[in-house]
Ligand binder design. Sequence first.
Ligand code: CP
Length: 309
Amino acid sequence: MKPRKDLITIGSLSDEEINTILDSATAMKDIFTKSVKKVPALKGKSVLTLFYEPSTRTRSSFEVAAHRLSADVTTFTVGTSSVVKGESVHDTIDTLMSMKMDYIIVRHKNSGIPDVIARHCKAAVINAGDGAHAHPSQAFLDAFTIREKYGTVAGKRVVIIGDILHSRVARSTSTILQRLGAQVAYMGPGPLVPLQAHTGIPRFTNWDEVFDWKPDVIYLLRVQNERIDTPFFPAGDYHQAFGVTEERLKIIDDLDLGIMHPGPVNRGVELCDAAMEYRNCLVCNQVENGIAARMSILYHLTPQTQNND
Ligand code: CP
């Protein structure tokens, strides 16, 4: 496999790269579930997490992943940095690169910023979510979770439900699942679901259509209110129309469907409380697998930073 410096989108990866990263994630999961959870693969390397937007899962899981590979990890906290004094992204990166970082993991509200940083510096850059554009590490952990649960991704049917339009997760996860041979459909409020003519992906607007399609997994998304000027629905109305209510959960249970969600979950909006306890709820599996997937991503990237030894 040709060395790759950055991970910005799933679309930029070859099939071989996707499969190699997924296969290695299985080995990585073996490592971090053992009593000694560390390997020296990135010993002496410096990893920086640079998050201009909030995160619980992605940042902490990249940091745990980097520690498991024995890298040194620095957390850049935007809110207490010179960014609040007006420092540009370029100047921040130049400053941090003077500190010889090998990997930069970046989240930003503007699409394209991780790509700009990747072109600007020799560190390996990982897109940890940019605007409504892409979230490739989420896509890897989602594909890994489906493969772990069902033995394969090929042939599985996954409906992604909610605010597709503003969702970087929908974009990246539907891309990787299709590349691995799954069938993907979208369901949600009309204005928030792109037309099939634009994506080639079947588009539903209600649960009856979802159940008729006979999915294996339903994948709920959070409504991205931070990317919408005026909310489309009161939360209760949204839950009744598009969420997993207690009544729908009974059907989901009868049909033995898996439930996924990238988090953070808004209980009572996308999922009722009981859905989080449901036997096929894979939300915690996704979080656990995030570490394995991110260890594998870090392991397979090749920074172009130079050392004098
Ligand atoms: N799934 C996800 O990106 O979660 P965080 O926003 O907590 O990182």
